[in-house]
Write a protein that binds this ligand. Structure first.
Ligand code: C5P
Length: 252
């Protein structure tokens, strides 16, 4: 049977490596940003806020309009529920979605298997399935609070290896851990999706483990997730173009 999964993108253009987080409260606000960035960025992340406000209908609308959609709902539940939710994400035609790697191997394998089977049967394109490692807003104190005594690095590597072993396509992690993940997971096609990116001029907001766009790419990130530095800028199109320029710089 032919695997409907697309071949991994080898060194995509900078504009294909930038994922803009549509962290807004309505479909109209998201449409405005997407229109503003037209021709500059075509990959968008729909997270908990926008999904709760605008639902699957807006996900479908964005997919239909030709954008690549990363559905960032960070699924974490019993294996059966996460697998079923993953199938619905695939049915919507998203390009990428994620699950918490800390949900464990059974949850991940059931999801990867269930989504793969659904996509083969329905001849639907298989989405990339990515594991969330440790949120970029967390630090070692946050881990201690929830009973994890390991360092951030140790925990990220543990979850990245679990994600790889269980069949995920990559992980979400801070760019600060990118090199360590590349060393711990031999497969170069294992994708690193990195939020917590801040161009030189921006503030950190609530992100604790941040890096500039070109530094993140140099450390081995495949995709940069950027929200507020673009969507909260006075001119989002200009902000995105400036970030793409910084990303280009890392290729010189
Ligand atoms: O505005 P900012 O650039 O900080 O947005 C980062 C985006 O990446 C947010 O939508 C946040 O939910 C998401 N994210 C994150 N850390 C993760 C996974 C996703 O910050 N580990």
């Amino acid at each position: 049977m032919t695997d409907p999964r697309r071949a991994p993108e080898q060194v995509p253009e900078p504009s294909k490596k930038l994922i803009v987080a549509l962290d807004v409260d309505s479909a109209d606000a998201a449409r405005e940003i997407v229109a503003d960035l037209s021709g500059v960025v075509d990959t968008f992340k729909i997270g908990l806020q926008l999904f709760s406000a605008a639902g699957p209908a807006f996900v479908g609308e964005l997919v239909e309009s030709g954008s690549r959609v990363f559905l960032d709902l960070k699924f974490h539940d019993i294996p059966n529920t996460v697998a079923a939710a993953g199938i619905e994400a695939a049915r919507l035609g998203v390009w990428m979605f994620n699950v918490h790697a800390s949900g464990g191997s059974e949850m991940i394998k059931r999801t990867v298997g269930g989504v793969g089977e659904f996509c083969s049967k329905s001849n639907q394109r298989l989405p990339l399935i990515i594991g969330v490692s440790v949120l970029t807003s967390s630090d070692s104190e946050t881990l201690r609070e929830v009973g994890i005594g390991q360092s951030i690095d140790e925990q990220v590597i543990r979850l990245a290896q679990l994600a790889k072993k269980s069949g995920l396509d990559g992980v979400v992690a801070s760019a600060n851990e990118a090199k360590a993940i590349r060393n711990a997971v031999a497969d170069r096609n294992f994708l690193l999706v990195t939020p917590g990116i801040r161009p030189f001029s921006a503030t950190n907001d609530d992100q604790k483990r941040v890096m500039t766009p070109d530094a993140a790419l140099s450390c081995g990130s495949d995709y940069l997730v950027i929200g507020r530095p673009i969507i909260a800028a006075s001119d989002p199109r200009l902000a995105a173009a400036a970030i793409l320029k910084e990303m280009n710089a890392s290729r010189q």
